[in-house]
Design a protein around this ligand. Structure first.
Ligand code: ADP
Ligand code: ASP
Ligand code: MG
Length: 439
């Protein structure tokens, strides 16, 4: 039996957390390959080392003095090393990193040092081999993850090793520079390592007792999800359930390896099992609720729009030409709405409006901003009539005005658009109706 175990930032934020991690790893011989994140927050007002590195590098890139900020990062690692009484000294590493910051080695390089150094410390503490992710995880010329090359090199490298630590979050480009995945990307590394060693299970250790039915920052102590399918999980993590990176299922999904989300601070709790499919009925009609703020809707009106051949294509062409991808596109007979992220849209706004006027000759275009999207996800929704009705009556009772509805064709999810100021109230009211009152 072989397990790959990934520990997130809060699981490795201090010496005390490192001890819990070692206890978990040594409790089972099968926990052979370890993927650590950079040290995270020790308390809620604390700063993650990854964010400290970005901040520090931004100063370096502007040619400003970053001595104080760099010392604070050193302090995080030296604190852990001293508290654990380890025989390791990172001074040389810090000298190299400082020189690379001055030489403007790039933001990705800077951020990756969080995992790199934490991996070194953890490998020393466990007495395991340390493998630099730059030597085994590869991106191609376009910056896309190179699964084929990675899998070959990584599996050869790990074969025959009883144990190893492979830091999460980064790999290397064909020109040997460092590239990271997007934020939260150590989850992806864990999945890649699990696929490379053909693991029996990928355990993802974090600070909650599994994937919860909704965001614990919105609802206090939400019920954990016992079993969730890859598809449901992807819908929820894409829509803001940041506990597990939405792209991290791909490497293991292909290999049919299950993922178990577990709590470092409560190792006995069963956590959440993520599987391809299951006959297990979810505890509630819905599996989970997630959501995100920061969307903009572009409402386009034109009489007889539905009769105009190619109208939709011409609208989307404008977005495509400006490099903006759309999230949803609900439509009526004479209306069409395109929902995009504010972040992507903001810089291209005027070009897109001009393009729509030129390409589509609409009667009216209206922009509505500060929209939040909420995804209500569940494999059981298909078989339960009236789910949408219950969602909308819950929202009506909570005085939330629904601005948009989109039901995915798989009947696995319903997406609801509400004003950002109604977001938390809306999530709570949907949670209450399905989970608290078990409707
Ligand atoms: P790690 O450092 O272990 O990778 P993250 O901070 O990336 O952990 O993810 C865990 C956090 O995700 C939780 O502490 C919680 O605040 C947040 N979160 C958001 N939605 C959910 C959810 N549905 N279930 C569990 N945690 C969630
Ligand atoms: N340390 C990185 C981040 O903060 C990657 C991760 O934690 O997964 O985004
Ligand atoms: Mg994470």
């Amino acid at each position: 039996m072989t397990k790959v175990v990934k520990f997130g930032g809060s699981s490795l934020a201090s010496a005390e957390q490192f001890k819990k991690v070692k206890d978990i790893i040594t409790a089972e011989d099968s926990r052979r390959f370890v993927v650590p994140s950079a040290p995270g927050k020790r308390f809620s007002a604390d700063t993650k080392v990854t964010d400290m590195l970005y901040g520090c590098y931004d100063l370096a890139a502007k040619g400003k003095d970053f001595t104080k900020e760099f010392e604070a990062i050193k302090e995080r690692y030296n604190g852990i090393i001293n508290d654990l009484g380890l025989d390791i000294n990172l001074d040389n590493e810090f000298d190299v990193i400082k020189a690379c910051f001055i030489g403007k080695a790039g933001r990705d390089y800077a951020a990756s040092r969080g995992e790199f150094l934490n991996g070194m410390v953890l490998a020393n503490y466990l007495g395991y081999n340390f493998i630099d992710a730059a030597d085994v995880i590869f991106f191609d010329d376009r910056g896309q993850f190179d699964a084929k090359r990675t899998n070959k090199v990584l599996s050869e490298r790990l074969e025959g090793l009883e144990n190893a630590v492979v830091p999460g979050f980064y790999g290397s480009m064909p020109n040997d520079t460092i590239k990271t995945f997007s934020r939260g990307g150590s989850d992806i590394t864990g999945s890649i390592v699990a696929a490379a060693v053909n693991a029996d299970l990928y355990e993802n250790w974090t600070d909650t007792s599994g994937f919860l039915t909704t965001d614990p920052r919105i609802v206090k102590d939400p019920a954990p999800i016992t079993t969730i399918t890859y598809k449901e999980l992807r819908e929820l993590s894409y829509m803001g359930a940041s506990v597990f990176h939405e792209d991290a299922i791909f490497p293991v999904r292909k290999a049919g390896i299950a993922i178990n989300i577990k709590n470092t601070n409560d190792p006995e709790a069963p956590g959440t099992l993520i599987v391809e499919s299951t006959s297990q009925k979810p505890a509630f009609t819905i599996t989970g609720i997630a959501g995100k703020k920061g969307f903009t809707v572009i409402n386009i009106e034109k009489d007889m729009m539905n009769a105009e051949l190619g109208f939709g294509r011409r609208v989307l062409e404008v977005f495509e030409k400006n490099g903006v991808s759309f999230e949803h596109m609900p439509s009526g007979i004479d209306t069409m709405s395109v929902i995009v992220t504010q972040e992507e849209f903001a810089d291209k706004e005027q070009e897109i409006l001009a393009g729509l006027h030129r390409n589509c000759h609409p009667d009216m275009i209206e922009i509505e901003t500060d929209l939040a999207l909420i995804a209500v996800v569940g494999r059981a929704m298909k078989a339960n009539r009236g789910t949408a009705g219950r969602i909308f009556s819950a929202l009506a009772h909570a005085h939330v005005n629904v601005k948009m509805i989109d039901q995915g064709s798989s009947e696995l999810n319903v997406i609801i658009g509400v004003s950002e100021s109604d977001f938390e109230t809306a999530v709570k009211s949907i949670y209450d109706i399905f989970v608290e009152t078990k409707l």
